[in-house]
Design a protein around this ligand. Structure first.
Ligand code: PLP
Length: 391
């Protein structure tokens, strides 16, 4: 029988450049390939396995729900879906939730909400959603258009109309867009994750929030990568004390199962009405049961521990030989290394540490509960590789 790597290469369209690793199992922040080689997981399935691999509390919650009912459809009520919505509203102060299956779908829903809200409150011509240059919002046609990077648009023209782009940190530039175009909403990431882990400043985010107020434009925050404790706050925008009208999230929410959510403030809670949006699998009880077990554990103490682990990363890597800069928030960190990031990442993998890339930087996004000794082990490997030392 052909091995997994050959089957994959023969039968799966090559949209992903996979590393030469076949992950067969994991436990917490340790992953294993088919040869039994052990890796410290500094990627968490791209900021998704919030409590690591096969976290026992999460497994128990998912298994319990699997034994009850795996799917019921949105024609009926189900316990985990309602419970998760309540938890998300309690943690954020938002008022209502729509469930979907991915980050792109959450952003699609936000964009539809912006258009409907603006049509009803400002006029149908106010449909433009402003996003940031260097942003990433997904790969569906509308979220591709929302993504402010030409490289993602180029083979799929024409891009969906109704988007304008602003330079991050340039508030006058955003004001000009609001003056020149009829805008419904701004959609932004507080830390541009796929764009190289580039945080926006509190000053800028506060200014955007005030400008949205001034022009009656919705403020929509994409917390797909940054949310659910990843940046040391339940949602990353909370660090900046701004109050969005719409928040989208996915990735870490399900702890490794596909679930996305859109959170609505008082102002936007009434926009989507029966028949205006939907999703067959959205709010799936198994995914929501897993998500409840994740979200319910992200409390103040837990977030403080995320921030402490983040400090350890910054303290250990900053100003070290071969490391040009360390950026990010919480456990979403971008490391600028000397030389090619791709070669650096492969070297880390060879030495048993799985790290990610993000636009010219090495990205670290370990499970939020990674034990300190494993974090130390991974950071020692990263530091030595950066310094060109033998391991
Ligand atoms: C900020 C942000 N938004 C949206 C997405 C798209 O999410 P998904 O791949 O679940 O559709 C991503 C994925 O990396 C993301 O980082």
């Amino acid at each position: 029988m052909a091995d997994t790597k050959s089957l994959d290469r023969e039968y799966i369209v090559p949209t992903y450049k996979r590393y030469d690793v076949n992950i067969v199992r994991g436990s917490g922040a340790l992953l294993y390939d088919e040869t039994g080689k052990e890796y410290v997981d500094m990627g968490a399935g791209i900021a998704t396995n919030s409590f690591g691999a096969c976290d026992p509390v999460w497994v128990a919650a998912v298994e319990e729900q699997l034994g009850k009912i795996q799917h019921a459809s949105n024609l009926y009520y189900t316990d985990p879906c309602a419970k998760l919505a309540e938890l998300l509203c309690e943690k954020t102060g938002m008022k209502k939730v729509f469930f979907c299956n991915s980050g792109a779908e959450a952003n699609e829903c936000a964009i539809k909400t912006a258009r409907k809200w603006a049509a009803e409150n400002k006029g149908e011509e106010y449909f433009t959603v402003v996003t940031m240059k260097n942003s990433f919002h997904g790969r569906t046609l509308a979220t591709l258009a929302a993504t402010g990077q030409d490289v993602f648009h180029k083979d799929f023209l024409p891009v969906t109309p109704g988007f304008a782009y602003a330079e991050p940190e340039d508030i006058d530039g955003l004001r000009s867009v609001f003056e020149d175009q009829k805008c419904a909403a701004v959609l932004l990431e507080t830390v541009q994750g796929e764009g190289g882990v580039r945080p926006l400043s509190t000053e800028y985010l506060k200014a955007v929030s005030a400008l949205c107020e001034e022009y009656n434009v919705l403020l929509m925050i994409d917390e797909v990568q940054t949310g659910n404790g990843r940046c040391g706050y339940f949602c990353s925008y909370m660090e900046h004390a701004i109050e969005p009208d719409v928040v989208t999230t996915a990735k870490g929410l399900g702890g490794g199962l596909p679930v996305g959510a859109v959170l609505f403030s008082e102002k936007t809670a009434g926009v989507l009405t029966p028949g205006t949006h939907g999703s067959t699998f959205g709010g799936n009880p198994v995914c929501c049961a897993g998500a409840v077990s994740i979200v319910s554990r992200i409390d103040g103490d837990f977030l403080a521990s995320v921030r402490a682990k983040s400090k350890k990363i910054f303290d250990t890597l900053s100003d070290k030989p071969g490391i040009k800069g360390v950026y990010g928030r919480g456990l979403l960190v971008g490391v600028e290394v000397e030389g090619e990031p791709a070669a650096f990442i492969n070297k880390c993998i060879e030495k048993g540490v799985l790290v990610l890339g993000a636009k010219g930087r090495v990205r670290l996004a370990p499970p939020l509960n990674i034990p300190d000794e494993l974090l130390d082990r991974a950071l020692a490997v990263i530091t030595k590789i950066a310094a060109g030392e033998e391991i």
